[in-house]
Design a protein around this ligand. Sequence first.
Ligand code: 9MR
Length: 346
Amino acid sequence: MLAGAASAALVPALAPSAARAARRKVPFGAAIQFNLMDGAPAYRQLFVEHCDLVMPMNALKFNLLRPTREVWNFEPADKVVDFALANGKTSRGTCHVWWGATPDWAKAIESPSEAERVLVEHIETVGDRYKGKLLGWDVVNEVVANDPLYENRSLRDTYWLRTLGPRHIPLAFKAAANADPKAQLAINEYDLEYKGPHYDERRTIILSIVRQLQDANVKIDAVGLQGHLYADKVIDVDALERFHRDLDALGIKLLVTELDVIDWKSPPDPQSQDKTAATLVSRFLDSLFAVKPPELVIAWGLTDRYSWINDVMPRPDGAPSRPLPFDRQLAAKPWFEVIEKRLSAA
Ligand code: 9MR
């Protein structure tokens, strides 16, 4: 023991986290909340220590960037992107088109030509401002109908679909490519990993959108799997592998963009919650890696202290949710070890 300790001291120290990051073959990143960064050095430090990529969770959304037609608000996004780059991390953007972030002033526009002008202007302005600073963008987010079979429609009913039709998708991709030709452009979506016809249909629709874009010579580089994993749903390993292979055959990369675990129905015991989460993340990543490593794995936050799941899907029994790789005291949980092992062994 003593000899080991003495010789270890002779080795010039790489901080343990930097050493781990250097071993990763697939980069690990996380989304950070700009509004929590000030006066929270430990929160910021967690991203510095453990991430290769740090991206804004909300600051690049349309309604935040342009709360009114007259006002552009780049400060929060600049803060996150500058923080990432100053700390030697990469970053990426989410999202140009999302039903959940279209500002009311835009939704009030009735004329299709005016809506098109506003959309293209938005994407070109924002894409150009962050050109060279972001690896890429989720150009469209959650455009697939939530339950295509039940709703009998492929695309989600949104302002952009109602006003511009499905062509708002190629329009957005073209504007994004125009603004930043080197950016990796992705379509981002949830519920692509589970078993059942509903999920088969969602995968089929994504593949069909990708093919249609490619057939029209519109640049699309990647599909983002959000990866909000429900502890009570079954991951369809075979279907996910097939989906990944189909994308690969089209030359499309796969990213994991919003990984976390929704454990509102698991037993309220932290140890078993963490074990379930680690098993689930492991199963999910294994089935992606079985085809080829994803380009990036990004968690939707780092600490259980701050997660949308606490607000949107709190546990009915009032027990704390444990969705993320670090606990509320910022200590690593088993699913972070899964990440470290899996991304280093790629
Ligand atoms: O986690 C995000 C939360 O902080 C925001 O209030 C919310 C609205 O902008 O968006 C959440 O993130 C969503 C993401 O952008 C798209 N996929 C689902 C995520 C959880 O709702």
